[in-house]
Design a protein around this ligand. Sequence first.
Ligand code: SOE
Length: 380
Amino acid sequence: MSEDRSTRRIRLGMVGGGEGSFIGAAHRAAARLDDQFELVAGALSSTPGRAHASAAGLHIAHDRSYADYAEMARAEARRSDGIDAVAIVTPNHLHVPVALAFAEQGIHVICDKPIATSLAEAEALAQRVRERGLLFLLTHTYSGYPMVRQARELVAQGAIGEVRIVQVEYVQDWLGEPIEQQGHKQAAWRNDPRQAGPAGALGDIGTHAYHLAGYVTGLKLHELAAELSTFVPGRALDDHVQVMLRYEGGARGLLWASQVASGSRNGLRLRVYGSTGSLQFDQERPEELWLTRPGQPSQCLYRGVPSAPGGLAQAHRIPAGHPEGYLEAFAQLYRDFARAWRGEAGVQLPGLDDGLDGMAFVEAVLRSHREGMRWVRPAR
Ligand code: SOE
């Protein structure tokens, strides 16, 4: 690392995420929150007019608004003030091609999940990124919550004993109607196998649930048995997922993910039961982590309360009682990326291995479903 990276913000580019994109706006807010990044270039849409209009709305200079991501990668690499990292917020089928285009130019990658549409293409990407020695952040947002990190620390410390049972769910209801057939852009690509890949809810939110369970417990999956369902007529991909999990070491788990669970918003919940206690986390109440030991009253651990066990329940930005939420969790991932980019050792990012594990999970679920819910071992 030649330059002194402590003296400036990280120059960020973005591919996808143009006007109307929820996740693009979330990434931009997360990148801005801690003053570590400046958004200076974009290929914000595959439609040139929309790309340039979106860039103008974000005050990106016209000569750094691109209609083509490959040209953006080449042009930015040629600039002395070119981008240091690119955020990829496109539909799934473009994650790998776009990441490869920028990795070839030596540009670090921040990519929305899932990493790819197949394990094979994810493996090819991982090899190239590693060969180039680049940073890769896979934005599994929910591992950015302080109380999720607190839960991970408590399990690692043995605070609930040996983990026996893992219950994880991610339930929404926004796809309860066939809105993809009524022109809803965000729903349309998520239900188009050419853009989403072979997994619908499974890839979109099932991978979040799977990552959260593994991140907190540290458990490795041994095998699974799964069923995919599609409740909305005419829909091309799954909108409901049910998976039985057997972990190495004997722990058992259940994962369900649904985008047709009427009345649900972003119901990501994790319950971990150990031999001497249990932990419960609800993403819609992210300031709290419930710790219960047999025969004792449940304790609610709050973010930012020093008395909470371990150090990770500390306020990351604002004092306890001023709620932090989804955007702060997202921002934590960007801030961790910035720490790694500035050369801090030991920074843990959800990255390539998490992406490969996620794709192995997706393909094992697809296979188990195809083969009548047979127990299937993931490829890794
Ligand atoms: C839609 O299901 C969605 O935006 C997902 O694509 C995100 O990954 C999740 O964090 C919120 O819901």
